[in-house]
Design a protein around this ligand. Structure first.
Ligand SMILES: *Cc1c(COP(=O)(O)O)cnc(C)c1O
Length: 292
């Protein structure tokens, strides 16, 4: 099975009359075009994990996620393309028929195992991990969302793919692994901004710091915007929907709504509130594409 990721992903300027009067130049880093089945940050986060799992002789990947997790979908695809068996530990009960994400994962050969929410919360508990090993044998463990030190290493490669000078780079954040990694790859004077797709940016900052500690280098060149979650993870409202339609009309591009549209809304809002000085060059990472 050949796998040909489109890396470096394209960088394109976005001309938008909402930004021009503020003297801010905005570019999109089209990571959504890296691969249709393992898009964006999911490929960057998996890349070194897959190499490591292969080198260590593991035949199975095991990971955790919610029923609509892009990470679960990406791991199922990675198993298919790189010759691993895959096990997805899914939060909550089984619902049939399977939703599109889980149906795709099952189709790619992933074994789906459901854990009730209480047990799932204890997913890092050594007893649970030991129990999973007894049940499934040897496996390479990818944490929820795929964020670990090797994932950061993959994401840290992104900034060097941008062929011009920029001041700030923006990404949407779930577990914070992408933000933590991108920040590690920045040069002097550049900043990374993560737009939280979840309610409560506070714990996210702790998570980003912990992830960088696990990597072995903590940087202070990143920050989190916590005010653009639109009610919480996978919530949307009319204002966000209007923004997405308007953006599609302006740019012929449908934004992925769980993460990317919220970031983009946030960037436009911050430009309008004067957060970026005239002349600032901003790069927005399009971490994934619209699926529905
Ligand atoms: C998973 C995902 C994210 C979140 O990445 P983290 O590294 O968990 O912060 C952002 N955008 C898209 C499209 C994703 O699928």
């Amino acid at each position: 099975m050949s796998f040909a990721p489109r890396v470096p992903s394209p960088v394109v300027e976005l001309s938008d009359d909402r930004l021009a009067p503020y003297g801010v130049r905005l570019y999109l880093k089209r990571d959504d075009l890296i691969h249709p089945e393992i898009p964006g940050n999911k490929w960057r986060k998996l890349k070194y994990n897959l190499a490591h799992a292969q080198a260590a002789g593991h035949g199975t990947l095991l990971t955790f996620g919610g029923a609509y997790s892009n990470h679960i979908q990406a791991v199922a695809a990675a198993g298919h393309y790189f010759g691993f068996s895959t096990i997805g530990i899914i939060r909550g009960e089984e619902h049939l028929p399977l939703n599109p994400v889980l149906a795709y994962a099952a189709d790619r050969g992933m074994r789906l195992v459901y854990l009730d929410r209480t047990t799932y919360r204890a997913k890092h508990d050594p007893d649970l991990v030991e129990g999973l090993r007894r049940e499934f044998g040897d496996y390479y463990l990818l944490p929820e969302g795929g964020s670990n030190a090797l994932a950061l290493r993959g994401c840290a490669e992104l900034p060097a793919e941008i062929p011009f000078a920029f001041d700030a780079i923006c990404c949407a954040s779930g577990t914070g692994g992408t933000l933590a990694g991108i920040a590690l790859g920045l040069g002097e004077g550049q900043r990374a901004m993560g737009f939280s797709a979840l309610k409560g940016g506070g714990f996210l900052a702790d998570d980003v710091r912990r992830l960088q500690e696990g990597y072995g280098r903590v940087t202070d060149n990143w920050s989190i915007e916590a005010g653009y979650h639109f009610g919480g993870f996978a919530r949307r409202d009319a204002e966000l929907d209007d923004f997405i339609s308007d953006f599609a009309e302006r740019h012929s591009m449908v934004l992925e709504w769980v993460y990317v549209a919220k970031m983009m809304y946030g960037i436009v809002d911050l430009v309008h509130s004067g957060r970026f000085a005239p002349g600032t060059v901003v790069v927005a990472v399009v971490t994934g594409g619209a699926t529905c």
